[in-house]
Structures are given as structure tokens and as C-alpha cells.
Ligand binder design. Structure first.
Ligand SMILES: [Zn+2]
Length: 231
């Protein structure tokens, strides 16, 4: 399994990503959790009850994929989502869970993000399906995300937040950033459309097919087929 982070690299990356998601206001207080799969089939994950903006490398919890804690304190109760991602898809080596305010707001009105307005919505973000609400920390949460772990790059969790994954934890972060950026563009477009009376110009099906082809040429087979509202 070439390319996996070492434990040291994982600890550093998680501290770095914690600061980024905190400064971007994707989390408040002690929200969110971040994890990496490392060599030796171990998972390094953020502990429960800490601000993601003020973590140190020593705080991290090391676990087995079955949930056994090997070192560190208590992991987040939301770690079940991370473990399920690693169990179900061997290509996933990094997972980020945060509560980005715009994408999360879309989840509260029952909307996923699968009608892209700009090319990156197809090329980087892909379709972001909405997973129905489940009690936080319960096994219904990982069961809800399971159908999407192979074909997509992330999901919105209804009235909760978002989860993204990738071949390493930085790809998971970039997908989260791209998702929130798409959500901000969509929110702005919906507001401007309402203010001006002009319709949003969605991609046509042939334009979307071209973008999916470009994505395949980039070596990306995942992301789902974007929806075309005008069809
Ligand atoms: Zn959460």
C-alpha cells in the first residue's frame, strides 16, 4: 500500500487540517473530526472534546479499523463514520467531517448538491448526495453513508454537516473545500435569481457529458452523474 502516511505524517496532517477547517469556520467549539489510515492498517483520529483549531500532535488517538483503541484518549463518538469508510473502501485513506455552514444549510431544506453550476462541481466535487437524518453517534449514521462510499467523494448529513473522503486526508479536505465553495455559489445564484428575476443557467446534458468525459481523462472514475435540472 504505497503512499500511505506514516503515523508522524498523519499526526502532523490532522493538526494542520484542524487549523484550516477551524479558521474557515467549518466548525465551532469542539465540532468535527479528522482521520487518516496509516501503514500497518491503523487509523489515526482526533480525540473527543477538543477544538480542531488548537490540537497538538500528541493528542491523537490510534485505533484499529474494528474500533479498538491502541493509544491516546477517547476518540470522537462520530468515529464510527470514519471506520465504516475505511472498512468499506480500501481506496479511502483520509476522512474529514465538519459542519460547513452553507452546505449544511442546504441539508436543512432537504437538498443535496448534485446540480452543478460550474465545471469544478463536476470535476472536483462530484455529486454530493443527502443522507437522511440519524441520531448523532448512532450506527444509523454509518449505515446511511455506506451506499455512497465507493462512487462518490462525500455526502451531506441532513441537519448535521458533511463528510468527505479521499485517497489521502488532504484530498478529503480539498473535496470538503470544493463542496462548500459549490454550496456558496449555489446560494448566491439562488439569491441573485430571486432578486433579479433571471433564471439560473444550468449546464445542458451534453455539456455535463463533456465534463464527465474530461473527468475520466483526468483518471477520476468517481463522483456520480450530475443531474441536469432542465431535462
Ligand atoms: Zn458532526
Amino acid at each position: 500500500m504505497a503512499g500511505l502516511f506514516t503515523e508522524d505524517q498523519a499526526r502532523k496532517a490532522i493538526v494542520d487540517i484542524g487549523k484550516r477547517v477551524y479558521l474557515r469556520k467549518y466548525v465551532g467549539a469542539n465540532d468535527g473530526n479528522i482521520s487518516c489510515r496509516i501503514s500497518g492498517d491503523r487509523i489515526v483520529v482526533t480525540p473527543t472534546g477538543v477544538s480542531k483549531g488548537y490540537m497538538t500532535e500528541e493528542m491523537m488517538v490510534v485505533m484499529k479499523p474494528d474500533g479498538t483503541v491502541l493509544s491516546g484518549g477517547k476518540p470522537s463518538s462520530e468515529v464510527k463514520m470514519h471506520l465504516r469508510a475505511y472498512q468499506d473502501n480500501p481506496d479511502i485513506n483520509g476522512v474529514v467531517h465538519v459542519h460547513p455552514p452553507v452546505a449544511t444549510a442546504f441539508s436543512t431544506i432537504g437538498m443535496g448538491l448534485d446540480e452543478p453550476l460550474v465545471a469544478e462541481g463536476v470535476l472536483v466535487t462530484g455529486n454530493i448526495p443527502l443522507v437522511s437524518y440519524a441520531k448523532p453517534g448512532s450506527y444509523e449514521v454509518p449505515d446511511g453513508i455506506a451506499p455512497y462510499l465507493k462512487e462518490y467523494h462525500g455526502v451531506l448529513l441532513e441537519r448535521h454537516g458533511a463528510l468527505t473522503w479521499g485517497s489521502d486526508v488532504y484530498q478529503a479536505l480539498y473535496r470538503m473545500e470544493a463542496m462548500e465553495h459549490q454550496a456558496e455559489i449555489l446560494k448566491n445564484a439562488l439569491e441573485l435569481s430571486r432578486l433579479t428575476g433571471k433564471k439560473i443557467r444550468y449546464f445542458t446534458r451534453s455539456q455535463l457529458n463533456d465534463l464527465v468525459d474530461i473527468r475520466k481523462q483526468m483518471g477520476i472514475e468517481t463522483g456520480g452523474i450530475p443531474k441536469c435540472p432542465d431535462e
